[in-house]
Design a binder for this molecule. Structure first.
Ligand code: FAD
Ligand code: FES
Length: 523
């Protein structure tokens, strides 16, 4: 019985060291959920390993206590290895706790711990087998136990691998050229969020922290947004906001609305949002996402409030210690317009892989950083290995056009540029050449019928009649509102977000569509 326990715990000891090394070298998955799972598994295996180590050390000291003879070379090696494991484990725990970004050091420590554990066990097992084996014969009992234990460990390892690849593939994010089909099939149920905290960022922007309902989860990717139904003066007003917190935070999301002159919602959120406020939100939506499997170097170019999705990406990379080189070029007018300034400076101070490049168009006299408009000189000087980078652009439309043109001049492959537009909604078309008069709009799924004026977008009419189609940019570029047109014709002013496949399936973008005839929507 003793031999079974000893062999099993010895094999478990090596297995745990190997498991932790393997999980560290291969990363922690690409989705927040799988990352959390593997981080927990790594932690539990580590604690179990330390507990076994403490037990083995205790028995080792019992064995050598009162030993009169000189130690044999094998015993000396055994004791030295065991004693060297203690400081290695201590350093590993401290580095993992306080310097988790030092992946190279963690890998070296993991390899050393595994090697020491394996050698310790191999020395003892080999010596034991040699002792019990009669010359020319294999010790049957011990061999059987050894084979069974090794087989069980191998089965556990294979099962873990299966689980891991499953979680990795389910956590895969979109590729650069994925169309809006995802949005067309995205779940349309709302979550009720409760405002828990309001934190001023600048003179015209605040971060609002919303708690998710108990037991609810939001499988957001870093960079995505939610569409909220705000109630202002008794009316529902939909607006989208990017999530500025990391998707690794399971219980809450942050958004950071920046005040827009005469803006209905942004003013309400900056002036009247207090803890306790509840709001319905749909999503997450959007293809403007960081994908650790795809993006090994990233350049984030943000203007004004366009910093918000970048913050989610940077927090996510930091939380999971993803080995990605990131550069943030952040353009605003003056120093007081720099949103998340403290967070970004702190991140720059502690992360060697992050480069923060603020650019001020109207700086004060004591500003020593980049001044003026974003230009090629700044990008040339601040961005390394341009051709290997994925670029994320977010900010006002004019800023994005300008940045995109600069990247084009630098011969950046357009398929490596992702854009998110916060621009204002397409609304009532004053110059509409469409036929005047009221037309009929049927919502097949909601069993709602109403009339629609051709000068209103289909999305506006849907919202006015209580049928909520999820929306994001409201200008035809994100694909969030993509809905199938079952009958009739519409005029689409802009349809960048619809690929040929979706068009062939009859999808339209209600946010930029106006009816040409009576229509029926699959909504
Ligand atoms: C996917 C997505 C994510 C977004 N994320 C954020 C975010 O994280 N933080 C944030 O502050 N905003 C964000 N926005 C913009 C946000 O949805 C609102 O458009 C913005 O807050 C203005 O709404 P409002 O009701 O205050 O203004 P409105 O009442 O709709 O508009 C008032 C006036 O402001 C103009 N205007 C509207 N929107 C803008 C704008 N974005 N910039 C300049 N002028 C504008 C309008 O043309 C109009 O003249 C995002 C938009 C999208 C589509
Ligand atoms: S809401 Fe973005 S395309 Fe319609």
């Amino acid at each position: 019985m003793r031999i079974v326990i000893s062999l099993t715990s010895a094999c478990l000891f090596v297995f745990l060291a190997g498991f932790n090394l393997w999980s560290m070298l291969t990363g922690h998955g690409t989705s927040a959920r799988s990352a959390r799972f593997w981080t927990q598994a790594h932690r539990v295996a580590g604690y179990l390993f330390i507990a076994l180590f403490a037990i083995f050390t205790y028995f080792m000291f019992l064995r050598v206590k009162g030993w009169q003879d000189e130690f044999s070379p094998r015993l000396l090696l055994h004791i030295s290895l065991a004693l060297s494991l203690a400081p290695l484990l201590l350093v590993k725990v401290l580095v993992a706790r306080y310097q988790k970004a030092s992946r190279a050091l963690l890998s070296v420590l993991g390899i050393s711990i595994f090697t020491a554990a394996f050698t310790l066990v191999a020395l003892n097992v080999a010596a034991h087998f040699l002792r019990v084996a009669a010359p020319g014969k294999v010790p049957r009992g011990e061999s059987a136990v050894f084979v069974v234990v090794v087989l069980i460990m191998a089965a556990i390892a294979l099962f873990g691998r299966g689980l891991r690849s499953e979680s990795m593939s389910s956590g895969k994010t979109l590729s650069l050229d994925t169309g809006p089909a995802q949005n067309a099939s995205t779940q349309r149920e709302s979550l009720t969020l409760t405002l828990a905290r309001v934190e001023p960022q600048t003179h015209d922007a605040k971060t609002l922290r919303f708690l998710l309902p108990p037991n609810a989860t939001l499988a957001a990717r870093p960079g995505q947004f939610l569409t909220f139904q705000w109630t202002i003066d008794g009316k529902l007003v939909p607006r989208s906001y990017s999530i500025s917190s990391s998707p690794t935070q399971a219980g809450y999301i942050d958004i950071t609305p920046k005040r827009v002159a005469n803006g209905r919602v942004s003013q309400f959120l900056n002036d009247h949002a207090h803890p306790g406020l509840t709001v319905k939100a749909q999503g997450p939506y959007g293809r403007f996402c960081f994908d650790p499997a795809r993006d090994k170097r990233i350049v984030l170019i943000a203007g004004g409030s366009g910093i918000t999705p970048m913050m989610a990406i940077l927090h996510y990379i930091d939380d999971l210690c993803i080995p990605v080189d990131s550069t943030l070029v952040y353009c605003v007018r003056t120093e007081r317009d720099l949103i998340f300034r403290t967070d970004l400076e702190a991140l720059q101070a502690r992360s060697r892989n992050f480069r923060y490049v603020p650019v001020l168009s109207q700086p004060g006299s004591d500003w020593t950083g980049w001044k003026g408009r974003l230009r090629s000189e700044i990008l040339d000087r601040e961005i390394q290995r341009t051709m290997e980078s994925t670029f994320f652009l977010c900010g006002p439309s004019a800023f994005m056009e300008h940045s995109h043109a600069l990247l084009r001049d630098m011969a950046v492959d357009p398929s490596r540029i992702l854009r998110e537009s916060f621009g204002s909604a397409v609304s009532t078309d004053k110059n509409s050449v469409l036929q005047p008069g009221l037309l009929k709009l049927d919502f097949a799924r909601s069993s709602v019928a109403c009339t629609i004026s051709p000068d209103k977008t289909v999305l506006e009419s849907s919202e006015n009649n209580g049928v909520l189609i999820p929306s994001g940019c409201r200008q035809g570029s994100c694909g969030t509102c993509a809905t199938r047109l079952l009958k009739g014709n519409v005029h689409m002013e802009y349809a960048e977000a619809l690929n040929d496949d979706l068009r062939a399936q009859g999808y339209i973008l209600p946010c930029v569509s106006r009816p040409l005839s009576d229509i029926t929507l699959d909504a």
